[in-house]
Design a protein around this ligand. Structure first.
Ligand code: ARG
Length: 459
């Protein structure tokens, strides 16, 4: 009976509903490896400090090894009565090794223990997410390289604006994911600090060597204030914000994939294995994966809202509210990992339809700016050139042709300085090649960026 687990003070047992309401073991058992790792580091330090005997230490190590193999084999008996992962493991340890198990919790509270566990777990997940983000970037760089010359209508306001290389467009997402990775690396520094030693809230009277535990656990330092150490979850919120941004970027890409695959655009096809059909309409092939990713962005953003709201009204120090940090964190990590994996695979399965892209780019007078720039080079002020070209576009729309299809004589009516050399610039390719500036869309720039990303991602 759990009420006896902490105190003789309680005069009645907990009701079943309260037990279920307060228990976290069915989700926080996921922290078991971190919990054992933290306990072993704590025990090792207690021993080094002479607080725990060598025999007890050996017994704890033996017991934990046994518990590890039981959990891995699926034979560990998780008990709701024991509330959470920490008490479950500690109770089993005591069952296995006796009094040494009861000594493990010396100088420790579940408050600093759980904060340590979540940090250790999250650190490992961040490392995996960084690998997955890396793989996704490499996959996109691959597709970008193949499409350095393919012309896509670039949009603003979803209206055709200027031609861009499809590869350039994809590399925009690589930039976003690169910043996402930077954010995770930065958040990791603050995740990777040690709360243990803060005990319940005030520190402890035992001569613990906190720095030693931090070193053992590969942490970058110890939390310097015991109240803060056990109570703030800003590290989780920060992670969650970085994760939400990853999903927002994924969602924007999804939206574009969905549009591009629609019949009205027809720019790309996604491999069948990422699509589903319709139970009624035989002709359908739907981009379910990007649609779901766009949808799942809602839940990850929602988790950020949940976590940040969880924190806002809590007085110092630890409050049970914090138990609610786990499910959103777990779901955020799971959603992100699956999404990143699937997108890296899907990128390789994109079939590009260059003719359709080019046809679409030709429809919207995408080289009008180039004509204005041409006139500026002939001596006009940009504002005047802008006005002249607007008239030319109006005429072209009236005749239902592209600017490049207007005869030279017709163009010269707008400005006599226009010469035969204008036609190269009015072509989509001419326009693309002209933007040969750092960060621009010219294929030469796209290739240079591909090389830079490769070196960065492989290096
Ligand atoms: N399951 C708890 C959590 O997730 C562990 C810490 C509980 N501490 C306490 N004093 N009730 O936060």
């Amino acid at each position: 009976n759990k009420s006896q687990a902490w105190s003789a003070l309680f005069s009645e047992p907990m009701s079943d509903l309260v037990k279920r309401y307060t228990a976290s073991v069915f989700f926080d058992k996921r922290l078991w490896a971190a919990d054992i790792q933290g306990s072993l580091a704590h025990a090792e330090m207690l021993t080094a400090q002479g607080i725990l005997g060598q025999d007890d230490h050996a017994a704890i190590q033996r017991g934990m090894a046994q518990i590890k193999s039981e959990i891995e084999a699926g034979s560990f008996d998780w008990k709701l009565d024991l509330e959470d992962v920490h008490l479950n493991i500690e109770a089993r340890l005591t069952e296995l090794v006796g009094i040494a198990g009861k000594r493990l919790h010396t100088g420790r509270s579940r408050n600093d223990q759980v904060a340590t566990d979540v940090r250790l777990w999250l650190r490992g997940e961040i490392d995996e997410l960084l690998l997955l983000l890396n793989a996704l970037q490499l996959a996109l760089v691959e597709v970008a390289e193949k499409n350095a010359e393919v012309i896509l209508p670039g949009f603003t306001h979803l209206q055709v604006a200027q031609p861009v290389a499809f590869g350039h467009h994809l590399l925009a997402y690589v930039e976003m994911f690169a910043r996402d990775a930077e954010r995770l690396v930065d958040a990791r520094r603050r995740v990777n600090r040690l709360p243990l030693g803060a005990a319940a809230l005030a520190g402890t009277s035992y001569p613990l060597d906190r720095e030693r535990v931090a070193r053992t656990l590969g942490m970058e330092g110890v939390c310097q204030n015991s109240l803060d150490a056990v109570s703030d979850r800003d590290f989780a919120i920060e992670f969650s914000a970085a994760a939400a941004l990853v999903m927002v970027h994924i969602s924007r890409l999804s939206e574009e994939l969905i549009l591009w695959m629609s019949q009205s655009f027809g720019f790309i096809d996604l491999a069948d294995r990422f699509c589903t059909g319709s139970s009624i309409m035989p002709q359908k092939k739907n981009p379910d994966v990007p649609e779901l990713a766009r949808g799942k962005t809602g839940r990850v953003v929602g988790h950020l809202m949940g976590l940040i709201t969880l924190m806002k009204g809590q007085p110092l120090a630890y409050n049970k509210d914090n138990q609610e940090d786990k499910e959103p964190l777990f779901d955020t990590v799971d959603t992100l990992k699956d999404t990143l994996r699937i997108f890296a695979e899907m990128a390789a399965g994109i079939t590009v339809k260059p003719e359709a892209m080019e046809r679409a780019a030709l429809k919207g007078y995408a080289t009008a700016t180039d004509l204005a720039d041409y006139l500026v080079k002939k001596g006009l002020a940009f504002r005047d050139a802008h006005e002249i070209v607007a008239h030319a576009v109006k005429t072209a729309i009236g005749s239902g042709v592209d600017l490049s299809q207007l005869p030279l004589a017709e163009l010269q009516k707008f400005d006599a300085r226009i010469g035969e050399d204008v036609f190269e610039l009015l072509s989509l390719r001419g326009s693309l090649n002209a933007r040969n500036i750092l960060g621009g869309t010219a294929p030469a720039q796209v290739r240079a960026q591909v090389a830079r990303h490769r070196a960065r991602l492989r290096g």
